[in-house]
Ligand binder design. Structure first.
Ligand SMILES: Nc1ncnc2c1ncn2[C@@H]1O[C@H](COP(=O)(O)OP(=O)(O)OP(=O)(O)O)[C@@H](O)[C@H]1O
Length: 310
């Protein structure tokens, strides 16, 4: 028995035609966490999720969901996970109430144990219970997808790009719901293109690029991997527009003129610090009248790790 919610070993997928969408990925997703699976478009995230969902057959490797091997115990594995796919899929002629009831029936949830209205309330669709699904807005449909994934009360909820096309307020509501589920013990796995969202929500983040796992760390540690920091200074006199005449110093990585009297200086945090950068600006004959620093974020690390090799 393992303590992982999902355990993947050497997972590989080569599609017909030869595209290697996943290449020997090994990954352990701890129980109880909110886990982010990030990667550029086409990195292989949906392929991985679709293998777990039983929608795509793997070429090699193994996967266990809540301890159940997807080949040996496909039914238990499937019952342990709820998946919200990227595409919105349901019959437009069913109402949200019927959609959830049908799904519960599909999973064999006895009538007495169904939580249809509770789920509709949780995703703020109570008043749409009897409307046709085709009359729902995009955001409502997405929330209905989340409720649909939870009808069998799985211990793991996987959300593949759940907030694409959902406005900020609804995104916030969706995350409140997801956080609430997590607090009740549900392990959450999510892929998102909104790195800020991942940074804010996820305990741990894995990054896939070209089908390979290139990072898997607690979010804080990952963000701390950013090497570059930026300090913005306002100086006491106009800075020459000519690029060659911008002040330069060995401890600066890059200097940009961002205003008449403003410079943005990028430095490598392992080689120097903000104090030395400011001293260097002073030594170059500028008096500093204002300073702001910018902390690196997940986006910096993500772009750095997934940048094409030069
Ligand atoms: N059915 C398929 N047949 C052939 N190639 C496929 C198939 N599905 C996906 N691919 C290819 O496999 C690679 C990985 O795709 P996948 O959809 O898993 O990426 P992703 O990380 O989910 O991207 P996105 O964020 O854009 O959804 C891509 O190059 C894609 O074109």
């Amino acid at each position: 028995m393992t303590d992982a919610a999902i355990e993947i070993e050497g997972l590989t997928k080569v599609y017909e035609g030869g595209k290697r969408a996943l290449d020997t990925v090994s990954l352990s997703i701890p129980r109880g966490q909110i886990f982010g699976l990030l990667g550029p478009n086409g990195a292989g995230k949906s392929t991985m999720i679709n293998i777990l969902a039983g929608l795509v057959t793997k070429t090699a490797g193994s996967a266990r969901i809540w301890g159940f091997d997807i080949d040996e115990h496909p039914r238990n594995a499937k019952n342990s996970i709820g998946i919200v796919n990227q595409e919105i899929l349901f019959d437009p002629f069913f109402t949200p109430f019927e959609t959830l009831e049908n799904q519960a029936g599909y999973y064999g949830v006895p009538k007495a144990q169904r939580r249809t209205m509770e789920l509709l309330r949780a995703v703020h669709l109570e008043d749409k219970a009897d409307a046709y699904a085709r009359t729902l807005s995009g955001g409502m449909k997405r929330r209905l997808m989340v409720a649909k994934a939870m009808v069998h009360s799985p211990p793991i909820l996987v959300l593949d790009e759940p907030t694409a096309g959902v406005d900020i307020l609804l995104r916030q509501q969706l995350w409140d719901y997801v956080r609430g589920l997590n607090e009740q013990g549900v392990t959450i796995v999510l892929t998102t293109h909104y790195l800020e969202e991942a940074e804010e929500l996820c305990d741990r983040i894995a990054i896939i690029n070209h089908g390979r796992l290139i990072a898997n760390k607690p979010t804080r540690e990952l963000v701390n991997m950013a090497q570059e920091k930026i300090v913005r200074v306002t100086v006491d006199r106009p800075i020459d527009q000519v690029v060659e005449d911008l002040p330069d110093h060995p401890c600066f990585d890059r200097v940009e003129r961002t205003g008449d009297q403003m410079l943005s200086i990028t430095y490598h945090k392992d080689r120097t610090n903000a104090g030395e950068v400011l001293k260097a600006v002073n030594d170059l004959g500028f008096h500093i009248i204002d300073v702001a620093t910018q902390e690196p974020d997940l986006e910096d690390v993500f772009l750095h790790l997934t940048a094409p090799a030069e």
